[in-house]
Design a protein around this ligand. Structure first.
Ligand SMILES: Cc1ncc(COP(=O)(O)O)c(C=O)c1O
Length: 472
């Protein structure tokens, strides 16, 4: 018989032997506890970070980002070499982009994938060579396309027939030649261990496979466009290779057919490689994934009697996700009686859905640990919630935390490096937190926190002296 509170726990959640442990798959490799029991990241104590920068605070472990970028690079290099081809790894900037992070990943040999004019400007401001950028998006504006062509973006991944005509007009006007890939929908949608394969997938991105040949034929007619190959992204937080294999097999039929009309030098299979958010997640090592995916493409090419194209991949979450840890201060705790003796413990922290929308948006699961000390209380099923005016403002839906968590404690939520800061908002006029990198015992602000002045600065009802016109 489970104790009453545990009847609220999802089946997958196990009661930890030690609710202060730091499961290695979920935390950056540098995570440890110091003699006082405080969480330490890359040699910097969470207590010092909170004292210096305040909370909430997103902490990014630089070595974790760099070593993951290196691991992807070398895994795909090795796998591609085994199949007689080459592979490029683009960091998907949508996961989290700042100039500092862009420089780290480029340093480690990655290229960068951007999907809006804003991301493009951040990458350019970081000094990323335009030729090593890929530009995505289902609704790139004419202005965004003009800018991309003007700066010499390496490839534009075209998403619609209208975009092809926009690029035709831009290249005709400027005399530029632009390399493009065509994004296709393979009908395979994958998430975690499952994938769904359909003839038609109902989504806004790319060309359905049956329409793609016509798009390529049109591109080949346009003097200013250089057709480089096909692109497909099948989903996110994928643990196995089955979805990639099925998708590649479908795309290779089209790839082979397109060779009749000219060269098809590249194939980009997108991103989506999963990470551990909780201790039950067990992602496949990248060396295994890279080897199996590239081997599947090579086998598919051999079966069709064609050369293996140059390959590219676009991991985002798997590069930066595990490197991020968000620190919060506990404000209140509350035990809510749900009837029949069942009690849910709510732990409210000083951030929430404005710095981590993933739980509210997708029902994502996270884990949490006390960060300022080790707790003494027995593991207690808890829900970590934010300070926003939404009952869905949940940061960690289910976690066993020490029963003595109290106001003033610091909580750390790991695996928040991807799609947290990049999805952050100012909901309820809560300023977005600073982002600091940590390495070798030092912390550096890489994105400063928003201030109340920032929040007020866009409000046209306030004059330079800070008062509303009606006050005058
Ligand atoms: C085209 C494309 N490439 C790469 C990615 C990165 O995915 P992930 O961060 O899951 O690796 C995405 C994410 O949505 C995407 O849409």
């Amino acid at each position: 018989m489970l104790p009453p509170a545990d009847s609220l726990a999802p089946e997958w959640l196990v009661v930890p032997e030690d609710a202060n442990d730091l499961p290695p798959a979920v935390w950056p490799a540098s995570a440890a506890r110091d003699r006082d029991g405080a969480l330490v990241l890359a040699g910097v104590a969470a207590t010092d970070l909170a004292r210096t920068f305040g909370t909430p605070l997103l902490v990014l472990d630089e070595d974790e980002v760099r070593s993951r970028a290196r691991a992807f690079r070398s895994a795909f290099d090795a796998a591609a070499a085994d199949s007689g081809t080459t592979a490029q790894v683009y960091y998907a900037g949508k996961a989290f982009l700042s100039t500092t992070v862009a420089r780290w990943v480029v340093d480690e040999g990655l290229r960068v994938d951007v999907c809006t004019g804003g991301e493009l400007e951040v990458a350019l401001a970081a000094g990323v060579a335009p030729a090593s950028l890929g530009f995505h998006g289902n609704n790139k504006s004419v202005r965004e396309l003009e800018r991309a062509v003007e700066v010499g973006v390496g490839s534009i991944i075209v998403d619609s027939a209208i975009e092809i005509e926009r690029l035709a007009a831009i290249t005709a006007r400027t005399g530029a030649t632009q390399r493009v890939l065509v994004r296709v929908i393979s009908g395979v949608h994958a998430e975690t261990h499952e994938f769904l394969a359909t003839a038609h997938e109902d989504q806004k991105f790319g060309f359905p496979l049956p329409d793609a040949a016509q798009a390529v034929a049109r591109i080949r007619e346009i003097p200013g466009l250089d057709f480089a190959g096909l692109h497909c992204h099948i989903g996110s937080q994928i643990f196995g290779v089955a979805g990639f294999r099925e998708s590649a097999s479908r795309i290779l039929d089209l790839h082979a057919a397109l060779l009749d009309g000219g060269a098809v030098p590249q194939l980009n299979l997108g991103g989506g490689f999963g990470i551990a958010y909780t201790s039950v997640d067990d992602p496949t090592p990248i060396e295994t994934l890279a080897g199996e995916i590239v081997a599947a493409v090579a086998e598919g090419c051999a079966a069709r009697g064609i050369d293996v194209p140059a390959l590219s991949f676009e991991p985002g979450r798997a590069i930066v996700g595990t490197a991020g840890v968000t620190l919060y201060e506990v404000g209140t705790t509350k035990d809510v009686e749900l009837g029949s003796g069942i009690v849910r413990r709510y732990i409210s922290v000083d951030g929430g859905m404005s710095d981590n929308a993933r739980t509210a948006l997708y029902g994502a699961q996270f884990s949490a640990r006390l960060a300022s000390r080790v707790g003494d209380g027995d593991p207690q099923l808890s829900r970590v919630v934010g300070k926003h005016c939404e009952s869905g403002d949940i940061v960690v839906d289910h976690e066993y935390l020490p029963g003595d968590v109290a106001p003033g404690d610091l909580l750390a939520v790991p695996a928040t490096g991807a799609y947290c800061a990049s999805l952050a908002s100012n909901y309820n006029h809560v300023p977005r937190p600073p982002i600091v990198s940590v390495r070798d015992g030092r912390a550096t602000v890489i994105v400063r926190g928003e201030t109340v002045a920032d929040l007020l600065s866009r409000d046209a009802g306030i004059d330079a002296a800070g008062s509303a016109p009606s006050d005058r």
